[in-house]
Design a protein around this ligand. Structure first.
Ligand code: FES
Length: 127
């Protein structure tokens, strides 16, 4: 099933919350989605929980690299430094670029409002 904007249902309290932080996600078909998030969520959880197609096999344990994204806007001080553990996992991924990150290692903060990431090739679920 390919995700579409119509497939994403926004719970009213979060969608209308002034506290929601918007994370922009470009899916595997090149469609941009504006996903509300709350501080403390992982970007991977935001992507997965809004129904976009991301494998994220290890559930956020930094053990699979199947939540690989390319940061296309917002790479800067708002993002945490790349840890050795994350860098090691990225070494196992394909299509790695200078702007590659693991979405499960990015905890949402208010400074990330407007962050844009693109799902890396090969991170689609196969089930
Ligand atoms: S979900 Fe496995 S490394 Fe991010």
């Amino acid at each position: 099933m390919s995700p579409t904007n119509a497939a994403i249902r926004l719970p009213d309290p979060l969608a209308e919350s002034e506290n929601a932080i918007i994370i922009r996600v470009i899916d595997h078909e090149g469609v941009e989605h504006r996903l509300p998030a709350l501080a403390g969520w992982r970007v991977m959880e935001v992507i997965r929980d809004w129904g976009l197609d991301i494998k994220a096999e290890c559930g956020g344990a930094c053990a699979c690299a199947t939540c690989h994204v390319h940061v296309v806007d917002g790479q800067g001080p708002a993002l945490p430094e790349l840890s050795d553990e994350e860098a090691d996992q990225l070494d196992t991924a394909f299509f790695v670029q200078d702007n590659s990150r693991l979405a499960c290692q990015l905890l949402v903060t208010p400074d990330m409002d407007g962050l844009a990431v693109q799902l890396a090739p090969g991170t689609q679920r196969t089930d």
